[in-house]
Design a protein around this ligand. Structure first.
Ligand SMILES: [Zn+2]
Length: 640
């Protein structure tokens, strides 16, 4: 069996990728912030996930399809996809070290998937068990192609990272079957829930079989012509079928669908160089960052239809920001970075990873958020229909296994290589090795306390006698980076606006020290964003902060203002929330005593104003909220 690189997206032979992606055993994260999250994912989340797949009935459904169990199908139509995402996570985990228990569970699950596949290659437990006569007839909402996409990604992960081709065999038969249904000389059609597009492109990268890429392109090209019909939830825009992909100017409809589609379209561009696709994605990206993204990187503001709202429709309490949408945004931005080499995409990946993505999983790795609001009253009403508390699982459980696969493959997103050298996109303690060209291997170790401290030391561990270039992303949030190379201060001007590049003949032991000062700072939003007008949010480095009630014994956090003239101070709390920098600010309480009659409105200035009381505010990183006692939380704080 050919030895494949262990990674989710392989651009080694991708004609329109600027950079080559690196494998999970070439970029290792160790002893730092993300290594800890990966350890929890491996030691807690994966086994927990398997228990939940058993309890919720996902595995039971596949057993029904395989004729190995009796009973009723359980849960929504897309239950299989959660098994596949979990398997994809386990696939990646092979590259990092997998426990025998999880390995055994995955082995059983793979055998079950094999047994469930129909003789003609079809595989979808819902339609096999519940509605065999409705196969491929409910394309808008049936999720058959969505489930197929997740199975393909799991199969690719297992082939590449575990050298296990059993799922790949299943997938080849399944896609052969799909090709008898859809295609230029078969039925028109495009998935109601995009996902299969990027999976098919990756399958073609793995196998070298261009028919998979052709099918992905077919699905992309078929979209926007009304084949799906109007959705009762949000018309044709709901599943991005209102406008052809190349004419799309904005992100609309169901956010996870839109962002998975954008990822697949980016993959088709990377393989074909079809500029009209990249132009369309560029317009959608501008729409996202100028109008439709929370300060945490959260995307998809509306509960109704889990959809993007209008420009500036970004409420605090009622915002949706599904964890899967944050993950889909990371996947899309990664492909945009590979296509363009522009750091703005890596910046957005960073913002999303540390905030809107990581808030989706508890510190113990066994409880999850589906929705990630920016304000919570700490009550079950209002903050979201899926409850204020992190849940061990959900009836629609797309997010938890999505978090698992992202964490297990995280190193992939940190660095790339080219013939010219290494590009470092994200900072974390660990090591990076890459082959620049045949026989030219280079490597660095990265020592840093990032994201808590902006001092990053890279030491060359492997090089040859020819020059190569180290490119270091200059984060958009950092005003004044500084750089020392082999002990000498280097002027950062003229070394690139978004990546600082240093090219030279390196020697083993050479050190590059990048310092990204990260004083706490206040940010404000465009005043067109009505929900945050007159407010400020606290940030430090890549982290967004929030106020939680349990840090404010003397004041209600929903009734405080922040004194923006007072300095912000940060301090390291090793015993709090697994170790975090907290930020202290000065605030004022908003007096409510004169409202003790219970009235909701009154004439302005009908009573003497009561002087506000000073109060000290302590902010914690947003990702870590709701890991202590439940209570109110806010990101945006009214300015005094
Ligand atoms: Zn989800």
């Amino acid at each position: 069996m050919q030895d494949h690189p262990k990674l989710p997206v392989d651009t080694a032979r991708t004609p329109h990728a600027r950079w080559r992606t690196l494998a999970l055993d070439a970029v290792t994260l160790s002893g730092g912030f993300w290594a800890e999250r990966q350890t929890v994912n491996a030691e807690r989340s994966l086994m927990h996930g398997h228990r939940m797949l058993e309890d919720a009935g996902n595995l039971h459904n596949l057993r029904l399809a395989a004729g190995q169990a009796q009973g009723e199908y359980k849960g929504p139509v897309f239950m299989d996809s959660d098994v596949y995402k979990w398997l994809e996570a386990v696939g990646y985990q092979h590259a990092l070290g997998l426990s025998p228990e999880v390995r055994a569970r995955a082995d059983e699950a793979i055998e079950l998937v094999r047994a469930a596949q129909a003789d003609d290659g079809y595989l979808d437990s819902y339609y096999q068990v519940v509605a065999p006569d409705r196969r491929w007839t409910e394309i808008p909402h049936g999720h058959e192609l969505y489930c197929a996409g997740h199975l393909i990604q799991a199969a690719v992960a297992f082939q590449r990272c575990a050298g296990d081709g059993r799922l790949l065999e299943v997938v080849r038969r399944l896609v052969d079957h799909i090709r008898t249904v859809f295609g230029p000389d078969k039925r028109p059609g495009t998935p109601g829930h995009p996902e299969v597009e990027m999976a098919l492109v990756e399958l073609s990268r793995l196998t070298g079989d261009a028919r998979y890429l052709d099918l992905a392109r077919f699905f992309v090209d078929q979209r926007g012509y009304g084949l799906l019909g109007p959705s009762p939830i949000g018309g044709r825009a709901y599943y991005q079928d209102r406008v052809p992909v190349r004419e799309t100017t904005e992100l609309e409809g169901h956010a996870v669908r839109a962002l998975y589609l954008a990822s697949g379209v980016a993959d088709v561009y990377l393989e074909t160089g079809d500029q009209s696709l990249l132009d369309s994605l560029g317009r959608q990206w501008q729409d996202l960052v100028q109008h439709k993204i929370s300060v945490t990187g959260g995307a998809g503001a509306r509960h109704d239809g889990e959809a993007f709202g209008r420009p500036y429709e970004l409420p605090n309490e009622a915002v949706y920001n599904e964890t899967c949408a944050a993950i889909a945004s990371i996947m899309w931005n990664w492909r945009m970075l590979l296509a363009t080499g522009e750091a703005r995409f890596a910046d957005l990946i960073e913002e999303t990873l540390y905030n809107g993505f990581l808030s989706g999983v508890s510190l113990d790795g066994e409880r999850f958020y589906y929705i990630n609001p920016l304000l919570s009253r700490g009550e079950n009403s209002g903050a979201g229909r899926r409850s204020r508390d992190r849940q061990p699982w959900y009836r629609v459980a797309c997010c938890p296994p999505n978090v698992m696969r992202t964490l297990a493959s995280l190193g992939h997103y940190f660095a790339t290589a080219s013939r010219a050298g290494l590009q470092i996109h994200q900072y974390g303690a660990g090591s990076i090795r890459a082959e620049l060209s045949a026989g030219r291997s280079v490597g660095v170790v990265v020592d840093t306390e990032y994201p808590w401290d902006g001092h990053i030391v890279l030491t060359v561990t492997e090089t040859d006698g020819s020059p190569w270039e180290l490119r270091l992303r200059r984060p958009g949030w950092c005003q004044a980076p500084s750089l020392r190379v082999a002990g000498e201060q280097v002027d950062v001007h003229g070394r690139g606006a978004d990546y600082l590049s240093v090219g030279r003949v390196w020697r083993v032991g050479d050190r590059v020290e990048l310092t990204l000062p990260m004083p706490p700072r206040l940010v404000e939003a465009n005043p067109r964003l009505e929900s945050t007008r007159g407010c400020a949010a606290i940030e430090r480095g890549p982290m967004v902060y929030c106020l939680e009630q349990c840090d404010a014994p003397t004041a209600a956090v929903l009734g405080v203002q922040i004194d923006t003239a007072a300095p912000l101070e940060s301090s390291w709390k090793p015993d709090l929330l697994g170790g975090v920098h907290v930020i202290h600010a000065r605030g004022l309480t908003v007096p409510s005593e004169s409202w003790s009659d219970g009235s909701l409105y009154r004439p302005l200035e009908s009573v003497e104003p009561v002087a506000p009381e000073p109060v000290s505010l302590t902010a914690v990183p947003y990702y870590a909220w709701a890991n202590r006692e439940p209570g109110p939380m806010r990101v945006w704080i009214p300015r005094a």
